[in-house]
Write a protein of this length. Structure first.
Length: 52
């Protein structure tokens, strides 16, 4: 499932991960570190919602 930043609209796709920030492809959103932030606007992961 893709998660979308509620602030800026960035989409976290687990299949792609966030390699620029050390998150390997295949990493589920739930498995992201607690201190992971949106790569675009810097909000914490609790500011993301599942994409419908």
């Amino acid at each position: 499932m893709i998660y979308v930043c509620d602030v800026c609209g960035y989409e976290y796709d687990p299949a792609k991960g966030d390699p620029d920030h050390g998150i390997a492809p295949g990493t589920a959103f739930e498995a992201l570190p607690d201190d992971w932030e949106c790569p675009l606007c810097g909000v914490p992961k609790d500011q993301f919602s599942p994409k419908e």
